[in-house]
Design a protein around this ligand. Structure first.
Ligand code: CTP
Length: 402
């Protein structure tokens, strides 16, 4: 989507991720946006204003007063000029200032004057990002209606690995385009999404689970919400930062709990997406006390869990749509098509295990979508939010919808 005519203030603050602001500026300008950069003083340690001024084709602002002229940079006018106020990267320091109404530089003053929507893309080290004060500031900004472009996981500048990398510029562009597209083609629809892993308790301290991060489910939740749907989430334990208030959110642990919560709302739903990686088996009995290591080997008796998608598939009405996922290591297409029929799905999304850039824990994915009608659509390796929108577009091709 073109961003022609859209005026964007891009705030850049002091973080090693400030180097990504150059690419972000370039792709925003290329998409047609007018970009006005405002840098905080510490951003100058990481990137030069000359780079950003050249790419944005406008002088970069950072001071209240224009050099030597006695003329001020009017933050009130700037705040009114913009269609979107984006800060990428936003440091822990600027987050704290925004959350508390501090106003000691042009960027913070413009934030307080902005009437347009605000997006923030944090970037910081792993432990800083998990610190309760940073999380509290993020939640406070979200409660003001600011939109969080959550940090991605991967290698960090410190050498540590985890969540804290600024969202990649291409993904930020996609979120902005989605935001301005104002599509509301799922308005009035109620959507259930099961997501994340399940945990099957062995004893009070141990469980059986899997590597699902919940990222694909969450990307779908945002896409549905962005396109107007009312979204009900039943999620296994995940460690993503998420504003649960955006959704009707139920946290669960076991497959049984996930089934019970899903069953209780299934009748009201128009669309159900089964994105959870449900444990197929759970311990036959949960030991009431911690299992001690007395013997050289331990045999655990596992019993089959309820198949949530299959069971709700039996209850599916003709006006409801069910979407399933499959992750296969062999006979991918055959197995996916068998699941499509067996679980009464309208479409099944086959994740590719063999493709680099696709699968558990990653921020990108590559999928093939099989319709019950025989239609098949394949994606490229793309950010999970783009894949989510592709899946939504495919839902609109299902005969019940059309
Ligand atoms: N699913 C579910 N409940 C289960 C198992 C799976 O709701 N107990 C759903 C998943 O959310 C997914 C689809 O069924 O949408 C396929 O899941 P998958 O694990 O690939 O299939 P299984 O039926 O478990 O088959 P297998 O593990 O043998 O491949």
């Amino acid at each position: 989507m073109s961003l022609k005519g859209k005026k964007i203030i891009l705030g850049v603050t002091g973080s090693i991720a400030a180097y990504k602001s150059a690419l972000l500026t370039r792709i925003l300008v290329k998409a047609g946006a007018e970009v006005q950069i405002i840098m905080s003083a510490s951003a100058f340690d990481f990137i030069t204003p000359l780079t950003l001024a050249t790419l944005s084709k406008r002088p970069v602002l950072s001071q209240f007063q224009k050099d030597d002229t006695g003329v001020w940079n009017n933050h009130v006018e700037l705040g009114l000029w913009a269609d979107l106020f984006l800060v990428a990267p936003i440091s822990a320091n600027t987050l704290a200032k925004f959350a508390n109404g501090l106003c000691d530089n042009l960027l913070t003053a413009t934030y307080l004057s902005a009437r347009c929507p605000v997006m923030i893309a944090p970037a910081m080290d792993l432990d800083m990002y998990q610190h309760p004060s940073v999380l509290a500031n993020i939640h406070k900004l979200e409660s003001f209606g600011n939109i969080l472009l959550d940090a991605e996981s991967g290698e960090l500048a410190s050498g540590l690995s985890g969540q804290g990398r600024m969202m990649e510029p291409e993904n930020i562009l996609a979120r902005i385009q989605e935001f301005f597209s104002g599509k509301s083609d799922f308005q009035g629809k109620k959507v259930l999404i099961t997501m994340g892993p399940t945990q099957e308790a062995l004893d009070p301290v141990r469980y059986i689970s899997n590597h699902s991060s919940g990222k694909m489910g969450l990307a779908l939740a945002h896409a549905f919400k962005g396109r107007g749907a009312e979204v009900y989430i039943v999620s296994g334990p995940i460690s993503l930062t998420v504003n649960r208030c955006d959704f009707h959110w139920q946290d669960v642990k076991s497959a049984k709990e996930m089934y019970e919560k899903s069953l209780s709302i299934h009748r009201e739903m128009d669309i159900c997406v089964f994105a959870a990686a449900v444990a197929d088996y759970g311990p036959a009995e949960v030991a009431p006390e911690k299992i001690k290591k007395n013997e050289t080997s331990l045999v655990i008796n596992l019993v089959k869990n309820v198949d949530i998608a299959a069971s709700l598939g039996e209850k599916k009405r003709a006006d409801q749509i069910h979407v399933g996922f499959a992750l296969e290591t062999e006979n991918e297409v055959d197995n996916a098509k068998k699941k499509l029929a067996k679980k009464n799905f309208d479409i099944i999304v086959l994740n590719s295990m063999k493709e680099s850039g696709a699968g558990f824990q990653l921020d990108t994915n590559k999928v093939r979508v099989f319709h019950a009608s025989g239609l098949m659509v394949e994606s490229k390796v793309a950010p999970k939010n783009q894949i989510a929108n592709l899946i939504l577009d495919q839902i609109k091709n299902i005969p019940v919808w059309v």
